[in-house]
Structures are given as structure tokens and as C-alpha cells.
Ligand binder design. Structure first.
Ligand code: ATP
Ligand code: MG
Length: 286
């Protein structure tokens, strides 16, 4: 019997939508969201396990789940033997130290003898040790940003994305401990069959990313300009050239990456390209 890959996804919260959409773009879908604990994919030999974010590293290490989508911050905090195999580029944030807005701050030494509230005690402990600072860590599981205001702590160590939560609570970000984004994470002991399924999923993710980062371009050019235009447009292998019904003109087709899109379009126009069409790519397999 074929094995089923168990993929852990956050039960509810910031990571769930992004995680389900990455998997959906890879052709791995379930019929309804996270109202059940476990759901079978319709079109892949996989089951989704909907779990608390903070519980997922343990389930991966124990082999209850094979793969998961998790914030790097959770992977690092867990200290488990689990491996980040691909960064997914969403849910970007950073783990930072923040102090009351009015406090004078010049260096991490400020934290000596202070009480710091956090949900990330292991990461904070390591940072304090690296900085040679002695401080008291108060572990709390949520709403860390209110701790200084209610007198529970002098400072916090918490996740920040826009920074607006800090501002609303009269806090100021002073140090960044780590940067994080959502990642595909793998457990330590997958069977060879599950390793192969994981490679297949990675291939699909990379295919989707490549298509998102590239555009299909068609343009018309006079034949005497083809050489220069082809040198601007390398394509996956090389551009396709087809003659137009009008003699002396050709249609050139190629793929260009988003990062140099405007630069390439500018050079094409300068070199005689006309009727440039730019089309999104649904999937791109190199
Ligand atoms: P659980 O599922 O155990 O309740 P949680 O309460 O930490 O976990 P969320 O608040 O939904 O879950 O956050 C999930 C992840 O989203 C974080 O671990 C982090 O990687 C990412 N994230 C991105 N920006 C932020 C932010 N501003 N604040 C908190 N998390 C953020
Ligand atoms: Mg939560």
C-alpha cells in the first residue's frame, strides 16, 4: 500500500491561509479548511494535520507529521531535530527586543537586571547569554506587548512585522534577534518513499515560484534587428523566432524574469521592438 505523507498546518492563525495556498498551488488540496483535526488531500497521497503552531516541532520530531509549514522563529525556538528545507517568503517578521518609548537606550547592556516578558524564552536566553547579560525572563504565551504597561516586565522580546502593535503599546524596538518567514520543514526520519514525495512537493513549489517570477514576452521586430534583440532576450534556452506574414519582420517569443523586467523592456524598445505583449505564466518547468 502506498504511504501517505502527513503534512502539519497551523490549525488557526496567521500561517494557515498562506500554507493552504502554497499546497493548493502545488495541486494538493482538501475540501474544507481547518475545522477537522485531520483531512485527506483529494489529489495527492497526503493527509493534513491541523495543529497548534507551537506543538508542530514536537510532532515532526516524533514522526507524527512528516512535513510542516512553520515560521522559522518557531523552528529555532523549539531546538528540535527538524530541518528547514525551503523558505516560502510569506509571514515575514522579526523577533525583537522592545522597551518603553521614553526609556534611554544605548546598548544591550540596558537589559542587565531587567525583567523581560516573552513567548520565546529559549531564543531570548541564548541572545542574553551571547551578549553577556543577566536578566529575568517571564514566559507568557500571548499579549506580550501589554506586559510593561501593567507592570509585569520592564521590556519585551516579541515578534514584530509592521511595528504598529509596539507603537500602540508605547514601546520602541531596539534590537533584532532574528528574521523569520514561513518555511517548509521536514522531520528527521522520513522513509525513502516519503523522502521522494517531499522532493516532488519541493519541485512543485519551485515550479510555482519560477512561474510567478517570470513573464512570457512576445514582440515584433524587423529582421535586421533580430540579432541584437535575441541578445537582450535569452529565454529559457534561446528565444523562439517566427516569421510574420509581412516580409522583413518576425515575431520573437521569450521568458524574462521580473527582477530585470523594466530594464529589458526598455532595451527592447530602444532596439526596434514593437507590439510587445507580456503574459503571466501559469506553470514553468525548467
Ligand atoms: P499557535 O498556533 O500555537 O496559537 P501563535 O499564536 O504563535 O501559535 P500566530 O500568532 O498565528 O500563532 O503566528 C504564527 C506565525 O506567524 C508566527 O510564529 C510567526 O512566524 C508569524 N508572524 C508574522 N508576523 C507576525 C506578527 N506580527 N506577530 C506574530 N506572528 C507573526
Ligand atoms: Mg495563537
Amino acid at each position: 500500500m502506498k504511504e501517505r505523507l502527513k503534512i502539519a498546518v497551523q490549525k488557526s492563525g496567521r500561517l494557515q491561509d498562506g500554507s493552504l495556498s502554497v499546497l493548493r498551488e502545488c495541486g494538493i488540496t482538501i475540501d474544507n479548511g481547518g475545522d477537522q483535526l485531520i483531512a485527506s488531500a483529494r489529489d495527492y497521497d497526503a493527509d493534513f494535520l491541523f495543529l497548534r503552531n507551537s506543538d508542530i516541532p514536537q510532532y515532526l520530531e516524533d514522526g507524527v507529521a512528516d512535513l510542516a509549514i512553520l515560521g522559522e522563529n518557531v523552528v529555532i525556538e523549539s531546538g528540535k531535530k527538524i530541518e528547514v528545507i525551503h523558505k516560502l517568503g510569506f509571514s515575514r517578521c522579526r523577533l525583537s527586543m522592545a522597551i518603553p518609548r521614553g526609556a534611554d537606550y544605548d546598548s544591550p547592556a540596558w537589559f542587565n537586571g531587567k525583567r523581560i516578558a516573552t513567548s520565546y524564552p529559549a531564543t531570548l536566553q541564548k541572545w542574553l547569554k551571547d551578549q553577556g547579560i543577566e536578566a529575568a525572563i517571564h514566559e507568557i504565551s500571548g499579549s506580550v506587548e501589554i506586559a510593561p504597561g501593567i507592570g509585569l516586565a520592564d521590556a519585551i522580546c516579541d515578534l514584530v512585522s509592521s511595528g504598529s502593535t509596539l507603537i500602540k503599546n508605547g514601546l520602541r524596538e531596539v534590537e533584532v534577534l532574528l528574521e523569520s518567514e514561513a518555511c517548509l520543514v521536514k522531520g528527521p526520519a522520513l522513509t525513502p518513499e516519503k523522502e521522494a514525495m517531499t522532493r516532488e512537493i519541493l519541485f512543485r513549489i519551485e515550479t510555482v515560484e519560477a512561474s510567478r517570477n517570470n513573464k512570457y514576452v512576445l514582440l515584433n521586430a524587423p529582421d535586421e534587428k533580430l540579432e541584437i534583440i535575441c541578445s537582450i532576450l535569452p529565454g529559457i534556452k534561446s528565444p523562439t523566432i517566427m516569421p510574420l506574414a509581412m516580409t522583413g519582420w518576425s515575431s520573437v517569443h521569450s521568458v524574462i524574469s521580473d527582477s530585470d523586467f523594466w530594464d529589458v523592456i526598455g532595451q527592447l524598445r530602444e532596439n526596434g521592438a514593437e507590439g510587445i505583449l507580456v503574459i503571466p505564466i501559469e506553470k514553468m518547468v525548467r
